[in-house]
Design a protein around this ligand. Structure first.
Ligand SMILES: [Zn+2]
Length: 119
């Protein structure tokens, strides 16, 4: 174990969440909890190592979807092809990732079809 891994494990066990936003480290604190001065100091000192650890972790899977080939509700765009049509053009529809070939986004359909008056 290294200090950054220890720190990550320790804070996660206290309910802290960590995420990367590009190169930025985002920390989600549990309610009514503050980092101690020591924890903050360690986090600042080992920030680069913590980011490297997070980058090396596989992306978190949505609970209940660990079995699936891709996570339809994951934080990042699926890196697999659509199991139905084979395309790899995902977009966010609501909370999930949707294949834009099987389920074209409404804005695109509206653009392609143009505006038509109701009969
Ligand atoms: Zn598809």
């Amino acid at each position: 174990m290294n200090p950054a891994a220890d720190l990550l494990l320790h804070l996660r066990s206290r309910g802290y969440g960590f995420a990367l936003d590009g190169e930025r480290l985002r920390i989600e604190a549990p309610e009514n909890d503050d980092l101690t001065a020591l924890e903050l100091e360690l986090l600042v000192a080992h920030k680069a190592d913590v980011i490297a650890l997070l980058q090396a972790e596989p992306p978190a899977r949505t609970p209940g979807w660990e079995h699936a080939a891709y996570d339809p509700f994951g934080p990042t765009k699926p890196s697999v092809q659509c199991p139905v049509c084979g395309a790899q053009d995902w977009f966010r529809a609501g909370d999930g990732w949707t294949c834009s070939t099987c389920h074209p986004p409404l804005e695109r359909l509206a653009r392609e079809w143009g505006e038509r008056p109701c009969p």
